[in-house]
Design a protein around this ligand. Structure first.
Ligand code: SF4
Ligand code: SF4
Length: 404
């Protein structure tokens, strides 16, 4: 699979020389926005700071938006499900009210947890427009499609509805974010050729993962001529907070940040039009925009370094949790799942000494006022939400054995 990824990346080099964007959407997108990088989940992450807080927080977010826009980038991503609508409100306050509508690209999503039948879709969509304070969305996608959610979306005729909304001029481009097998992707793209793009997980740590199947999913997008938007290029921060041994390898390259190599890796694939990166503060915005302003695909030497880093991560992180927190909301026992999985990883990483002590200590901190691993009733709701398809119930049983 690594070979497959390299083959794809080599094709990228050929395309750069030809300078010929092949996809219609790419052309449209580039006409609208010359830059290829976005402020992914910007509002989702930073809006946490807005909740119940002061104008100073809004001004910090405004500063980030201003720095991002001033650097020539303009794609913003949100969803109604992020922070119970606060993300969309942050978009309205910090972006929509402060910039002309044609100066930014706004992406939003149809999330399955707000719909039960077809008639739920239009009021939800209209409400999203209202909260964001816009008349249309540039990109709108069916959110987080997996085999199970696909059944809900089909039952509610979600795809047909967003196709209709595009015809009505309320959406410029329609697509989906996708978390399942290449076979399911083929099925959906065959059934709905109107979809213009696919948002997928793609990062150098998971490129050959038999669970995520990024390279194969990417190839299906290419086969159907669908431009790709990459989510999770830094694997929820895992590829930023690298083990020391791995960090030393990247430090020995050209002085770029750990995030820069991960994001440039994702953007090096020829069919990728956007790489989405969550940025939590102004320093991250400055770092990300600096290395993406004059994007350079990874060199052979940098790719080799990432191969080594991948091996170290695999060795050290037994559980590939990205801390996306999709599993947490529906848990009837309020178990802090990602924190507990991080404690297990830490225990594996430092199986003696202070790190070992701290993993148990933090287990206590995180479960003090919330559910413990042993409270799990094995209902399986969390696993149905997990984009990494992790066997959470088994891990919790393991955590209970280690920490309780
Ligand atoms: S299986 Fe356990 S952890 Fe998962 S949602 Fe149910 S109770 Fe919570
Ligand atoms: S267990 Fe899965 S859903 Fe939960 S935070 Fe980790 S990756 Fe996300």
């Amino acid at each position: 699979m690594i070979r497959l990824a390299r083959r794809i990346l080599k094709k990228r080099r050929a395309k750069i020389i030809s300078l010929a964007p092949s996809q219609k959407l790419q052309q449209v997108h580039q006409a609208q926005s010359p830059k290829k990088f976005s402020l992914f989940h910007f509002a989702k992450r930073v809006a946490r700071r807005l909740l119940g807080k002061s104008a100073a927080d809004i001004s910090a977010i405004n500063e980030m938006v201003d720095a991002f826009m001033a650097a020539g980038f303009n794609y913003f991503d949100t969803a109604h499900t992020y922070l119970g609508g606060e993300s969309e409100r942050a978009i309205r306050e910090c972006l929509v009210k402060r910039y002309p509508r044609d100066s930014y690209i706004l992406a939003n999503k149809l999330s399955y947890n707000f719909i039960n039948q077809e008639k739920d879709i239009m009021p939800l969509f209209e409400n999203q427009l209202k909260i964001c304070g816009v008349e249309y969305f540039d990109f709108y996608m069916i959110h987080g499609v997996s085999a199970q959610r696909y059944e809900i979306f089909k039952r509610c005729r979600a795809f047909e509805n967003i196709i209709e909304l595009k015809r009505a001029g309320k959406i410029r481009h329609i697509g989906m974010s996708f978390h399942d097998s290449p076979e399911l992707l083929e099925e959906i793209l065959t059934l709905y050729p109107e979809l213009e793009f696919v948002q997928i997980q793609l990062n150098y740590a998971d490129i050959d993962s038999p669970v995520i199947q990024s390279a194969k999913v990417y190839e299906v997008c290419e086969k159907f001529g669908k431009p790709v938007i990459v989510m999770e290029p830094v694997k929820g921060g895992v590829l930023v907070n690298l083990p020391d041994e791995a960090k030393r390898i990247l430090d020995g390259l050209n002085g770029g940040s750990c995030a820069s190599y991960a994001i440039r890796y994702a953007k090096s694939f020829p069919n990728v039009i956007l790489v989405l990166s969550g940025m939590n503060d102004i320093d991250m915005v400055r770092d990300n925009t600096a290395f993406m302003k004059d994007f350079q695909p990874l060199s052979e030497k940098e790719l080799e370094a990432l191969d080594k880093v991948r091996k170290i991560i695999r060795k050290q992180n037994a559980i590939q949790c990205t801390s996306c927190r999709y599993c947490v909301d529906g848990c009837p026992k309020d178990i802090p799942i990602p924190e507990i999985l991080a404690c297990i990883n830490r225990r594996i990483q430092y199986n003696s000494g202070e790190g070992d002590f701290l993993s148990g200590f933090y287990y206590g901190v995180h479960t003090k006022n919330r559910g413990r691993a042993s409270d799990c009733i094995k209902c399986g709701k969390c696993e149905r939400e997990c984009p990494q398809h992790l066997p959470i119930r088994d891990f919790l049983a393991k955590a209970a054995g280690i920490f309780e």
